[in-house]
Design a protein around this ligand. Structure first.
Ligand code: M6R
Length: 364
């Protein structure tokens, strides 16, 4: 049942405020500011390193979480694609928490990587959307995402729920390790509680993004750029677009541009830049100017302050509501998903069942 939407993907994008509210409520009391995990024996003071492993979109959720765990909790983090991790046979140092992220909980490579860590890692945890799945059953600690059934092959609500759980876990780690002062903790937890509202306001920008998508649908190649927390989101935006519109897209950390990919820029190349007005904003704008100086057509996804400061020469833009920079990846996932969705609809491709793809990849 698509609940009045044209595609399951559209329905699942629209459901995000609701399922994120459910996920936040599962881990965070309405009254107090304690973050409760299903098994309270996990003490981050005993964890010296995190190893995050996943595939596809779940891998990009892990790349985002690396910034959170390192910045908020001061824990070193490695992130691996499961298909590489399992055959590399990496040494697992003492004190490692191995964390596997998967919507289906049945991805063959992720499950094999989990089995490799058994007997090697201090603890095995997973962030999974299907509680009875193999990955959930085989981990010591399973942190559910409450996204509900996801039918569209392109992951949307499962991704933002994964981000939500990973951020809550990073905040719990920061608390355990005494790295987060109370005022900042309250600010971030209130931001998480307010997120459903903020996401609703981001969904209101859909028609602007639909408009931009009519032009993107004409492109052969599209570049996505971001810095800091927006870099993994740029990767996710490019994957989403490739999957459902079949337009070639690539993502780079904006600072990498001049080390090669800038050679691609010409007047035919739309460049989507995710850049809220955060600590790295000025650097993002100067990267964006490098693109525009070479004729690149910039789609600027930013907030009000960012638009006021960086609009010169921009081709198209979308303005997101204000949000704490730590929460921005969850919010900016919405325009990334909507750009891909509307571009695919404009091209007339099969949004929910893209060619060559399966919802759950249970073979290698
Ligand atoms: O079920 P999983 O989260 O383990 O799946 C991982 C990837 O196969 C999945 O995220 C894939 O990249 C999606 N089609 C992305 O939209």
């Amino acid at each position: 049942d698509k609940a009045g939407h044209k595609h399951f993907m559209a329905k699942e994008i629209a459901e995000q405020p609701t399922v994120i509210a459910q996920t936040v409520q599962r881990y965070l009391g309405a009254e107090d500011n304690a973050i409760t995990l299903p098994d309270d024996s996990l003490d981050f003071n005993t964890i010296s390193r995190l190893s995050l492993v996943a595939c596809g979109t779940a891998y990009f959720a892990c790349l985002t979480a690396k910034y959170w765990f390192e910045r908020l909790a001061g824990i070193p983090v490695d992130v691996d694609v499961a298909s590489e991790f399992r055959y590399r046979e990496p040494p697992i140092p003492a004190g490692t928490l191995a964390l596997f992220v998967s919507q289906s909980g049945e991805t063959a490579d992720t499950l094999a990587a989990l089995r490799y860590c058994k007997g090697r890692a201090a603890r095995i945890a997973s962030v999974v959307n299907v509680p009875e799945s193999s990955i959930a059953r085989e981990s010591d600690l399973c942190l559910p995402t409450l996204a509900g059934t996801e039918i569209g092959v392109a992951s949307t609500k499962a991704f933002t729920c994964q981000l939500t759980v990973l951020l809550l876990l990073a905040l719990r780690a920061a608390s355990d390790r005494g790295r987060l002062d109370e005022a900042r903790k309250v600010e971030l937890l209130d931001g998480l509680r307010a997120l459903p509202n903020t996401l609703n306001r981001a969904l209101d920008v859909s028609s602007t993004l639909e408009d931009i998508a009519q032009d993107l649908a004409e492109a052969q190649d599209i570049l996505f750029l971001g810095r800091g927390l927006m870099y993994p989101l740029a990767l996710e935006g490019a994957l989403k677009l490739k999957e459902i519109s079949y337009i070639h897209a690539e993502a780079y950390a904006s600072g990498e541009l001049k080390h090669g990919p800038i050679a691609l820029i010409d007047t035919h190349m739309p460049v989507v830049v995710f850049a809220p007005h955060d600590a790295l904003f000025d650097k993002s704008v100067s990267n964006m100017q490098e693109v525009m100086a070479r004729g690149g057509k910039v789609v600027f996804v930013t907030d009000r302050k960012g638009w006021a400061a960086g609009q010169e020469g921009v081709w198209r833009h979308a303005i997101m509501p204000d949000v704490d920079p730590i929460l921005a990846p969850i919010l900016y996932a919405i325009p990334a998903q909507l750009l891909a969705y509307h571009t695919a609809v404009a091209k007339g491709t099969d949004v929910d069942q893209p060619r060559n793809l399966a919802k759950s990849v249970t073979v290698e």
